[in-house]
Design a protein around this ligand. Sequence first.
Ligand SMILES: NC(=O)c1ccc[n+]([C@@H]2O[C@H](COP(=O)([O-])OP(=O)(O)OC[C@H]3O[C@@H](n4cnc5c(N)ncnc54)[C@H](OP(=O)(O)O)[C@@H]3O)[C@@H](O)[C@H]2O)c1
Length: 297
Amino acid sequence: MPAAPKRKTSARKTTRKAAPKRKTAARKGPVNKGARGEWVLITGASAGIGEALAGKFAEGGFDLVLAARSKDKLAKLGKKLSAKHGIATEVAQIDLAKPGAPRDLFDEMVSRGIDIDVLVNNAGVLEMGAFKTQAPETLGDMIRLNTVALTELAALFVPPMAKRRSGRVLNVASVASFQPVPSLAVYAGTKAFVLSLTESLAEELKPDGVTVTALCPGITETNMFGTIKSSNERTEKIPSFLVGDVQEVAQEGYDACIKGDVVRVPGLAYAMTTSIGRAAPRWLTRLVAGTIGRQMM
Ligand SMILES: NC(=O)c1ccc[n+]([C@@H]2O[C@H](COP(=O)([O-])OP(=O)(O)OC[C@H]3O[C@@H](n4cnc5c(N)ncnc54)[C@H](OP(=O)(O)O)[C@@H]3O)[C@@H](O)[C@H]2O)c1
């Protein structure tokens, strides 16, 4: 997808020194410093894959809106990336599992005068364990964050992109999107939703100039994997070649988003197993997933 044309921003008072790059009449908001003159909103940017993605987009010259609950971590990251890459950064403290939060975040961007060119739907949580022992409310919270908030954010930010005939959405799914995963049944369900939504929207939004990409990482060395390890000693048996490096995963996500690829599975081992899984009959996929998954409970 070709780079979006630069937009103009009317001159306005700002703490930033660089000249404005955009041309939007009577536009209020921070003046961009990044080479691209485009804003990326990254949810779950305070840690893990989201934090690493923020680094990749900063390297690419994008200005960043960093969103999550941990305001201090976001502010520290924003300051660091701003100083290193000469980009503008903004922080949005938000709990996206709360009903109405995506709309609040969208309204906040409007009031700050920021048009989002790239939406990175990364925030997510994982609950592992036997379904019959899991708290229904916790599962509900996970579904709200992993699917409802992600969908509402896309539904809010895509229409302005389509109007400008330019935009990108990067949804962080998982290898769990491709098959059932006993012990991660609801999590896998949320990620299957993300992949399906992404593939549908990628086709639907083609005529609007908006690309939609699903990044489908396998196990990646982040806090999320740390939580799994501490709650289940059997995960120690996972061979190290199956544990992805967070920077490599983020680089693949960034590259796929910029290229406009629809599905990207980082790492050869996971790319091969998901391809084989998609070609295999459903009963066989269930049998293999069940045999492995039951051992993790
Ligand atoms: N790590 C893996 O093995 C793996 C594999 C496949 C896919 N993924 C997916 O990758 C994405 C990132 O995961 P990760 O491994 O980087 O996890 P992580 O290190 O635990 O980071 C999760 C991020 O989401 C934010 N977050 C959590 N709850 C939130 C809420 N209610 N509202 C707003 N932000 C919230 C966290 O920030 P705050 O706590 O500050 O809010 C944090 O920035 C998730 O969608 C996950 O499902 C991960």
